[in-house]
Design a protein around this ligand. Structure first.
Ligand code: FAD
Length: 301
């Protein structure tokens, strides 16, 4: 647990985030981040699409310090939407409200997000709102519910470590939802702390949304949960149009390919951009074994 806290603290350190940008992908991050620019990520998406794998693309960025940075982030996402359309990629967008100015001004952030959603809608592209830390949860849900009144291409994430997850899922019944365990450090007042509770809640939420919800993205690398839900999907005859499995780019690539080869709808979450550092530190926090990626880079010079 101490190691997890250490990496989460590193992920939140603004000085380190700012400096990492200057030096390009380092420390092994290139195995889990698909490049620093649009051209590089397009090639990665095309390779995955050729294997029958769809992608959700995330232009990395969390700490924006002023409105100009948030607008630049919005423009990059608009360019990505255009590129998906132009190259006919099997892909959609994932975004983080904080990267679009949530912490600067909520209305300003909403306008940026609505511009993205409405632009994506014209190409029938789905936009997923990643879920960040607990402080940002309610406002993110409010955005999604508000936008769903006008647009049908928005969805978000439910984190199974949260006590309130089932209630939130109920309000998102008519929405496409990604179920995850949760990547941030949250106190026991709001979140389960043990793997057993988080895993059990994940299964409960996924089964509920598979049966009652619009569309479920089952986002985990946990082969035990995947196997359990494969059986559930078969027994309940859940249609392929109602779900997909999701994993992060560069993780368990053999398992990703074998699920796609077996005919399961599969989507890889594919992050790119210069702002790779916070994302990479959270991956180390989840699974300190990933430090092997770092060690290999440091020693194999
Ligand atoms: P873990 O609990 O990390 O692992 C369970 C078991 O699976 C391990 O004990 C091990 O046996 C096996 N395993 C896991 N990884 C590996 C590996 N690399 N190699 C071999 N075995 C392995 N979090 C958020 O808070 N908000 C989001 O919006 C969000 N979006 C996400 C999108 C996607 C597509 C994914 C996959 C995750 C996302 N997450 C998000 C992160 C998520 O919350 C978890 O922190 C992360 O996925 C780790 O949990 P896990 O379910 O993959 O399995």
């Amino acid at each position: 647990m101490a190691l997890k806290d250490f990496f989460i603290a590193l992920s939140e350190n603004q000085f380190l985030n700012d400096n990492a940008k200057k030096y390009g992908l380092k420390l092994g991050a290139q195995t889990v981040v698909a490049g620093t620019n649009l051209d590089e990520v397009i090639i990665s998406i095309q390779k995955l699409n050729a294997q029958g794998i769809s992608c959700t693309v995330d232009h990395l960025g969390e700490f924006v310090q002023n409105e100009a940075e948030a607008i630049a982030a919005k423009e990059e996402i608009l360019r990505m939407i255009e590129a998906i359309h132009e190259h006919q990629l099997d892909a959609h967008i994932s975004l983080k409200p904080s990267q679009l100015g949530l912490d600067l001004n909520v209305d300003f952030c909403y306008q940026n997000i609505e511009e993205i959603v409405s632009y994506a809608q014209q190409y029938k592209l789905f936009v997923n709102f990643d879920m960040e830390n607990y402080e940002r949860l309610q406002v993110t849900l409010d955005f999604v519910l508000q936008l769903s009144k006008t647009y049908d291409n928005v969805g978000t994430v439910i984190q199974s470590y949260l006590h309130r997850a089932m209630d939130d899922l109920e309000t998102l019944k008519n929405t496409r939802v990604r179920i995850v365990k949760g990547a941030y450090k949250e106190p026991e007042t709001v979140a389960f702390q043990t793997k057993g509770e988080i895993d059990a809640n994940f299964i409960r939420l996924a089964e509920y949304h598979l049966l009652n919800g619009k569309f479920t993205s089952i986002a985990t690398h946990d082969h035990r949960i995947i196997a359990h839900l494969q059986t559930f999907i078969r027994e309940q005859a859940i249609a392929k149009e109602k779900y997909e499995f999701q994993m992060l780019y560069g993780f368990r690539t053999d398992l990703q390919k074998s699920l796609a080869d077996e005919g399961y709808p599969f989507c890889t979450y594919i992050p790119y951009g210069e702002d790779w550092y916070g994302y990479f530190m959270r991956r180390l926090a989840e699974r300190p074994q990933n430090i092997n990626l770092v060690a290999k880079q440091v020693f194999n010079k």
